[in-house]
Ligand binder design. Structure first.
Ligand code: XIL
Length: 335
């Protein structure tokens, strides 16, 4: 068989991809996955809302299907995720009478959820994103003012790691976040991670989501981030890599009238250069890096087609809409 990303990077780290059960039923996508990748992350199916929709019911089917597929093809699985402020069922924050739960009850529910999910896939999922996106985007705040934080204060973070570690002591446990290379946010994430390490919380690594663009992060920002987190004794993975052809502006929620869907030659050239640079940095920093995962398979479908704005096509991945390798692919495997 033709070589794929996983083969070129065999001596570096696994190369993963986020998948849905729909992709695993599409023969063309399955062929590409098996040629290119040796690790899977369920794009949505293990998040608390999808997998635990009611207090008395788990929806295991889709998550099981992804884990079974991985086992059948000897792929690793990264679990994503155990505690987040989005795609989280409302019942978890409520008493039966509709009032807000106490901290003790919420932590008990978090424990029971993590215990059930992690134990079900024990030995089949090698790494978990335990807490996702807990740092605020507002530099005036430290942690995000989520329901988890409002009810529990910061304790939910350390507890989530302890629950996950107790459920599967061999799983590698990650804190995962975005915009991790922006210096100010990086600094607050560093403070959180340092606090957890100092308190002997069982955390093994940090996930840089890697939702990047044609202009960020810079090489220096990326290297500094990896080395600074690495200096805490943490492993670093890029967990959700894509390179948007549009600028990331936090407050931007509408398609600009002057914006067309054209994937211009200029965009393609810049994107190729970004991918080439990022993978060079990953190889240079290989002593800290233990995995790179792409967020979706090809430009045929990306979550960025509808986020943060619907109605414009994005082209953020290494394979085009026909699943063919793009120029960026050839740069990533040339070293
Ligand atoms: C996204 C999925 O790709 C979408 O299908 C879903 O509608 C929303 O979530 N950060 C994360 C991922 O940690 O879980 C998100 O995935 C993308 C941003």
């Amino acid at each position: 068989a033709e070589k794929g990303l996983k083969d070129y990077y065999k001596s570096y780290f696994p190369i993963g991809v986020a998948v849905s059960t729909r992709a695993l039923k599409n023969p063309a996508e399955v062929a590409l996955i098996l040629q290119q990748f040796n690790s899977l992350t369920p794009e949505n199916d293990m998040k608390m809302g999808p997998i635990h929709p009611d207090s008395t019911r788990y929806n295991w089917g889709p998550a099981d299907a992804i884990v079974d597929f991985a086992q059948a093809h000897q792929l690793k699985v990264r679990g994503h995720n155990l505690c987040w402020h989005e795609q989280t069922p409302r019942w978890i924050f409520k008493n039966p009478d509709g009032s807000q739960v106490s901290k003790a009850r919420l932590l008990k529910r978090l424990h029971d959820h993590i215990d059930a999910v992690v134990k079900r896939y024990k030995g089949k999922i090698y790494a978990w994103d335990v807490v996702n996106e807990a740092i605020s985007d507002n530099p005036q705040e430290f942690l995000r003012n989520s329901d988890w934080y409002k009810i529990c204060g910061e304790d939910f973070i350390a507890e989530a790691f302890r629950y996950a570690h107790a459920a599967d002591p061999t799983a590698v446990l990650f804190y995962n976040d975005y915009n991790t290379e922006r210096p100010e946010k990086m600094e607050r994430i560093y403070q959180l991670l340092k606090k957890l390490k100092d308190a002997k919380v069982p955390i093994d690594g940090v996930g840089l989501q890697g939702h990047w663009s044609l202009v960020e992060p810079t090489e220096q920002e990326l290297r500094t981030t990896i080395e600074r987190f690495g200096s805490l004794g943490l492993k670093v993975q890029v967990t959700e890599l894509d390179v948007s052809v549009y600028p990331w502006e936090k407050d931007r929620r509408a398609k600009r009238p002057d914006e067309s869907d054209a994937y211009t030659a200029e965009m393609q050239t810049k994107q190729t250069a970004q991918y080439k640079l990022f993978f060079k940095v990953f190889r240079d920093e290989a002593k800290y890096m233990t995995g790179i995962t792409f967020w979706n398979i090809s430009d045929h479908y990306s979550w960025l087609d509808t986020y943060p704005v619907a109605g414009r096509k994005n082209h953020p991945l290494l394979f085009d809409e026909q699943l063919k390798p793009k120029a960026a692919y050839y740069e990533v495997v040339k070293f």
